[in-house]
Write a protein that binds this ligand. Structure first.
Ligand SMILES: *Cc1c(COP(=O)(O)O)cnc(C)c1O
Length: 386
């Protein structure tokens, strides 16, 4: 089976990890801060706080923005469940803003409409979490304008999007948000095994992210409530978690980051070859948002089922049976039983429903060979031929 995604591990990556294993610190040593510095530097932001997953970073980000019981957080329905769960962990409610039919990202137009209504009803969200689906940034400028107008804070779920750009700046620069979060799960652009990171330009938010990452414990006397009892002294000043990244993981991430541009360039080559091969077929290739460079975490096509005259499921199953490891990103979150039980109706967001009815993610990862890609193209072309 040709998978839809796969990590790309070099000999340098392996050596970087082994070096940490032979060193004095396999966690909480010098490599995590070095990796954080490298990510901050790449993104052009002030602070980066590494965690053991993007889910943990999203949770910390919500806490840093004081999301709690009585608050509401809005996100996209076409995302991994973690984007929404982070708000539920804080005791907040979640709601969904429908997607744009061309980018499949949270629609700024739907957002404007929903904010206007929520304002009238006195039910504005505290935080919005736009998700950069497939690695293509949401249109953050209008989203930021709306957030500022209504006093809402923004967390970018950039899990897919490290190495992407928006208006010339790297995703994660936080020019249009309070905090951005990347995932380093092995299917994402760069990996640390499990891992994530939050970037921000706000020193207060960075401090909260750091505190809550490690039990709410501080050794900084400026943050303590009492005077030090001695050199052993530390204080727990908040109820935090153990969401720390290890030095082992950070070494892998730092080594991978050095190849980030190369990895994204390779993904663009694959995407361009798909675009060319699929021209004229009854399917829609990924839209390229102007002034945006995707990281191409995913290559998502929409099948024109009216012309193909076969079902989405039949084509999906047939591709899998022929060794093409296609996937579907994602089931609209409100359809999950946990969310249904919170009261969301079956077909809550029409554009997300339409997307779910005809989208397919094709294999895209740096190690995909030309022969493998040709096989994907040949098989899919035959499947959709009328
Ligand atoms: C992968 C992913 C996450 C969660 O990342 P983890 O590092 O696995 O916790 C969150 N949001 C989106 C959109 C993702 O794709």
């Amino acid at each position: 089976m040709i998978p839809y995604g796969h990590q790309d591990i070099s000999e340098d990556d392996i050596n970087a990890v082994v070096e940490v294993l032979r060193s004095d610190f396999i966690t909480q040593g010098p490599v995590v801060p070095a990796f954080e510095g490298a990510v901050a530097n790449y993104c052009g932001c002030q602070h980066a706080v590494a965690t053991n997953s993007a889910t943990a970073a999203l949770h910390l980000a919500c806490l840093a923005l004081d999301v709690g019981p009585g608050d509401c957080v809005w996100t996209s329905p076409i995302t991994f469940v973690a984007s929404a769960n982070a708000a539920l962990y804080c005791g907040a409610r979640v709601d969904f803003v429908d997607i744009d039919p061309r980018t499949y990202n949270l629609s700024p137009d739907r957002l404007e409409e929903k904010l206007r209504q929520a304002d009238i009803a006195g039910a504005l969200p505290k935080v919005i979490i736009p998700v950069h689906l497939a690695g293509q940034s949401c249109d953050m400028a209008p989203i930021k304008r709306l957030a500022d107008r209504y006093g809402v804070r923004l967390i970018e779920d950039a899990s897919h999007a490290i190495g992407g750009r928006y208006h010339g700046d790297p995703v994660g620069s936080c020019k249009f948000s309070d905090i951005a979060v990347f995932s380093f799960h092995p299917v994402k652009i760069v990996t640390t095994g499990e891992g994530g990171i939050a970037t921000t330009n706000d020193p207060g938010l960075a401090e909260r992210l750091r505190l809550d990452r490690s039990h709410g414990i501080t050794r900084d006397s400026a943050l303590m409530q009492s005077t030090s009892h001695g050199p052993w002294y530390y204080e727990q000043v908040r109820l935090g978690f153990n969401y720390r990244m290890t030095d082992i993981a950070a070494a892998l991430g730092r080594s991978q980051l050095a190849r980030l541009n190369e990895l994204v360039d390779r993904r663009h080559e694959i995407a361009a070859a798909y675009d060319e091969a699929f021209a004229g077929l009854p399917l829609t290739v990924p839209w390229r948002q102007p002034e945006t460079r995707s990281s191409f975490h995913l290559y998502i096509v929409r099948l024109d089922l009216a012309r193909i005259r076969r079902s989405h499921r039949a084509i999906f199953e047939s591709l899998r049976a022929k060794g093409i490891g296609v996937n579907l990103h994602y089931i609209p979150v409100y359809k999950q039983p946990w969310y249904r039980d919170l009261g969301f109706p079956e077909a809550y967001c029409p554009e997300a429903e339409a997307y779910y009815g005809d989208a397919i993610s094709l294999p895209i990862f740096p190690g995909l060979t030309k022969a493998e890609q040709q096989r994907v193209i040949d098989v899919l072309s035959r499947e959709v031929a009328a």
